[in-house]
Every structure is written in structure tokens, then in C-alpha cells.
Write a protein that binds this ligand. Sequence first.
Ligand code: ACO
Length: 327
Amino acid sequence: MTRAVILGTGSCLPERILTNAELEQMVDTSDSWILSRTGISERRIAGPGEHIHKVAAQAARRALAAAQLTPADVDLLVLATVSPHMLMPSTACFVQAELKAFNAFAYDISAACAGFTYGIDLASKYICAQPDMKVLVIGAENLSTRMNWQDRNTCVLFGDGAGAAVLGNAAEGEERGIFGAKLQSDGRLWNLLYTEGPPSMNKDLQLPDWKGPYIQMNGSELFKNAVRLMEGAVKELLAQHHLDIADIDLMIPHQANIRIVNNLKERLGVSADKVFTNLNRYGNTSSASIPIALDEANREGRIRPGDLVLLCTFGAGLTWGALLLRW
Ligand code: ACO
């Protein structure tokens, strides 16, 4: 049976750390407010030369090295982002050029924080159709480029970074790999989280109340939807595979807010030692949050061969879902 498997993971974070104490000097906020409401202490902010495709390419090199593959082995490069280097061409093409992965075709996907999980599902389906393929999936963001640094509602939450995974076909008889995914979206709720981008040059199509190229957010509504929708997706996916939450060895949730994670954990009945978080150090890196966490969990030995790993994700769109894989 053909089943896609993760062959290697990698991540890369910008050097510069922005602490809550530094944010206190920029907007009317406090370390205690940020920590108690979000669980975030610091985040990484890209500095000179750390353009999204450079950081993404470094994460990809690490994933390829872990998989003992070279850029020439990559057949498809999928990059998930909501903070692309340019509107055109895709950031995936910039990364392809950085890596010299010239045997690949490359494109971006836009599913906000859920982008990496959508990308893994996509890769899995390509590999099931063409088992020889090697697919590089990257989640990368420089959200600092889309931030209103005067808006305390948003600027304390987000950070920059990139994570990557290389996928190929599982060897004959191997039990590991991507088992299944439950992915969903609801475009009716787009206005809970959005970025309008540059203004339209066609006056007839200009947005009536253009708010600038910044992230706009309704935090409390997102919070409620995030918990409810991720819980639903996880339960449905487990039921489809006749599994119980107790069968999961490690849950890697989207790293947005520790209170969302704790709420989800309680509703699902997952014990604390089975939930991986690193949002305290990186904040919410949108599509990069799950691959960075997956790579750290892997390198820290939190995932062992044979473990059942559950990814759960939620983001703008709205987009959300859950994905199961055997390590
Ligand atoms: N410092 C101090 N005060 C702040 C700050 C800040 N950085 N940001 C907002 N406030 C104020 C607001 O202005 C508001 O004041 P007001 O009542 O006078 O109007 C008040 O704090 C709101 O307080 P709470 O209702 O207690 O805030 P809440 O507990 O809802 O926490 C938060 C806000 C952290 C945004 C929360 O709603 C949240 O995390 N939502 C999810 C948002 C999220 O994760 N977005 C990321 C994208 S979606 C995703 O990735 C899942």
C-alpha cells in the first residue's frame, strides 16, 4: 500500500528576539498582560537579510539533510505563507532558486495558520498518486512585515520563522506515514482575521474602508471558534480511524495562544505530557508554527518511532483541521 511518510524535518528562526519587556516600550501593554492572556514571552523578528525565502530555504536544507536527500531530489516544493516575499512570483519559486532545486515545480498555498497541514495533506495525495515523488512542504512567515506596530491587539501575538518537512513513499511493509486528515474551511468568517494588502490601483474596485496592509483581528471570536472547530475536527478524524484520544502519543497544536491550547486539551481529555508547545519562545508564527514545533519535538526526542502524532490547526479563512501520522 502506498503511504506518504515524513523523511526529515527542519526549521529556522531569525536571530533577533523581541521580548515582552521591549514591547512595553512600543505600545501600552505589559509583560504580565501578554503572558497571562497568551503564554508568550518572546518572539523572533527578521532582521537584515533574513527575507522569508532565505529563512525558508535554510529550514528546507535542514529537512533535506535530515532525510539524507539533496535539493536535486525534490520533485515538488509547496510553500504555505500569508506573508509572501512578493505578490508575484510565489515565495516557493524564490526558495527553489535559493536551494537550486531545479528538478522541482514550485508553488505557494494560502491557508493561513492551517497552511502547513493543508500542504502535508496535498503532498500525501501527490505521493499516493506518484509514489516516486519527493515533496518538500514548507511553512514560512515574516509576519513582522504585515504588523501594525502601534496596534497592541495584534503586535504582541505574532512572530517570524520557518519550518519544513520532506515527504516520500513509505517502504514496503512500513506502518508509519500519514494516516488521514480532516480539513475544513468557512469563508463566511473571513473577517475575523484578515490582511487587505496594498490598495487597489483600479479605483472601481478599491475597498471602501481600506485599513492598510496590516493584520486585522477579532481576538475573542477567533478564540471561541478555534477551540470549538479544532475539537470537532479532531473528534471526527479519530472516529473515522476508530481511534480514541488515549491512542495519541503526541499532540502538536497550532501555537497561537496557550489558553486556546489548554482549552482544547481539556475538552479532548489529553494529558499535559502529550501536548507539545513552544509558543512561549516564538509567539504565533502562523503557517510556520506546526512545522517548527514538529521539528523541535523530533529533535528533542519527544517523538519516537511508531508514535501516533496528531496535528491540529486553525487560522484565517477560517481554515482548520486535524491530521494523523504514525512516526
Ligand atoms: N496589552 C494590554 N491590553 C490589551 C492588549 C495588550 N497587548 N491587547 C488588547 N488589550 C486590551 C483590549 O484593548 C481590551 O481592552 P478593553 O476591554 O478596554 O477594550 C482588553 O485588553 C481585552 O481583554 P480580554 O477580553 O481579557 O482579552 P482576551 O482574554 O480576549 O485576550 C487575546 C485577547 C489574547 C487576543 C485573545 O482573545 C486571543 O488570544 N484570541 C485568539 C487570537 C489569536 O490567537 N489570533 C491569532 C490568529 S488566529 C490563530 O492563529 C488561531
